[in-house]
Design a protein around this ligand. Structure first.
Ligand SMILES: Nc1ncnc2c1ncn2[C@@H]1O[C@H](COP(=O)(O)OP(=O)(O)OP(=O)(O)O)[C@@H](O)[C@H]1O
Length: 336
């Protein structure tokens, strides 16, 4: 049995149907009508102890809803979740001791208290033994440089300082699993790098299982062994960052708008991956063909209105996936 097991997970929200116009709005107020909306629509995955997994997807894909169910904040409509054999919502109290959560956009620190006072309060909340609490504070202070601001009230800290304090606070009780929600949002490149290095270090040192939701692909590349991509509440990819880069990063995408809708465009080196009328997207191996050669060959045979080449960065690959420009190969996507 894996450390985290998620089976056929579904979360539906009841949403109010708003009628248009003033009369419609009044009607909606007086006689409210509802519909059910699937935010998470039958997701399956497992995570082993000590794995670092990036959980990504476009806005509204269902990431936060899934994480809220994993942390026990929300109860699934159907399906099941177990973490270390326990249900996050049924065994919420037991689970809390095992979990740590870091929100980039919200704080778990007491705003008016010095950082060290929050750390002391957390000792009582989580019933952390004195020796563990003390050695963790010393250890985290040394690596994260907390000493320079540990006695200052949280409201006086810079964003980078606050995030270092947040991460230390979430690890004080030695959680088995930690959820990071946009942990580097708004930070400068140096601060982002420090946080990524620290997180990686803790994962290696303590074998802490880590799950990240982020829109920053560098976070995923630098800290995660694996990523799960979800879209419209469904899992569309589950595999390593390297696999997706090897398969799609060795290639570039040539997007061509033709003067007419040509059928069966055949050219050595170009593989048609998607077409919408006159617009066609081809994949080609960047090491095998020069872009200028391909453009020249195409324009000799076809009328071309516009042509663009997309770079094979992970950001670009993910953007293409979100926009439907790359259809994930089922054997690669790990989706059953
Ligand atoms: N409390 C709610 N009531 C109704 N619908 C909701 C509620 N919370 C989320 N949703 C809807 O569920 C869908 C998934 O939302 P969710 O917040 O899980 O997405 P997300 O992937 O975390 O997005 P983002 O990257 O923008 O944070 C969205 O369409 C959202 O509007």
């Amino acid at each position: 049995m894996a450390f985290i097991e998620v089976h056929d997970l579904v979360k539906e929200y009841k949403v109010n149907i708003r009628n248009k116009g003033l009369i419609g709005s009044i009607k909606s107020l007086l006689i409210p009508e509802y519909t059910m909306k699937s935010a998470v629509d039958g997701i399956n995955f497992t995570i082993e102890e000590g794995e670092t997994v990036g959980f990504i997807g476009p806005n509204g894909a269902g990431k936060s809803t899934t994480v809220k169910m994993l942390t026990g904040i929300l109860v699934p409509t159907s399906g099941s979740i177990t973490i270390g054999g326990l249900s996050p919502y049924k065994d919420r109290k037991l689970n809390t001791a095992k979990l740590g959560v870091v929100f980039g956009q919200r704080s778990q620190l007491w705003w008016d208290l010095p950082v060290i006072d929050t750390f002391d309060l957390l000792k009582y909340i989580y019933k952390i033994p004195e020796n563990i609490h003390k050695s963790n504070i010393e250890h985290f202070s040394e690596i994260l440089g907390l000493d320079e601001f540990i006695k200052q009230p949280v409201r006086q800290l810079s964003l980078g300082q606050r995030m270092r304090a947040e991460i230390a606070a979430s690890l004080l009780h030695n959680p088995e699993i930690i959820f990071f929600d946009e942990p580097t949002i708004g930070l400068d490149v140096v601060a982002k790098e420090k946080i990524r290095e620290f997180v990686k270090f803790i994962n290696k040192e303590r074998n802490t299982t880590m799950l990240f939701t982020t829109h920053d692909m560098v976070d995923i590349e630098k800290t995660c062994d694996r990523m799960i991509i979800i879209d419209h509440g469904k899992k569309i990819y589950d595999g390593t960052v390297e696999e997706i880069k090897d398969t799609y990063g060795g290639n570039r995408i040539l997007s061509v708008e033709f003067g007419q809708n040509y059928e069966n465009i055949l050219m050595s080196g170009l593989e048609l991956i998607e077409e919408k009328g006159n617009k066609k997207h081809f994949k080609f191996a960047k090491d095998d063909f020069q872009v200028s050669y391909l453009i020249q060959k195409l324009s000799q045979q076809y009328e071309i209105l516009d042509i663009t080449v997309q770079e094979p960065e992970i950001d670009g690959i993910i953007r293409e996936i979100y926009q439907g420009g790359i259809k994930l190969n089922e054997s690669l996507s790990g989706v059953c």
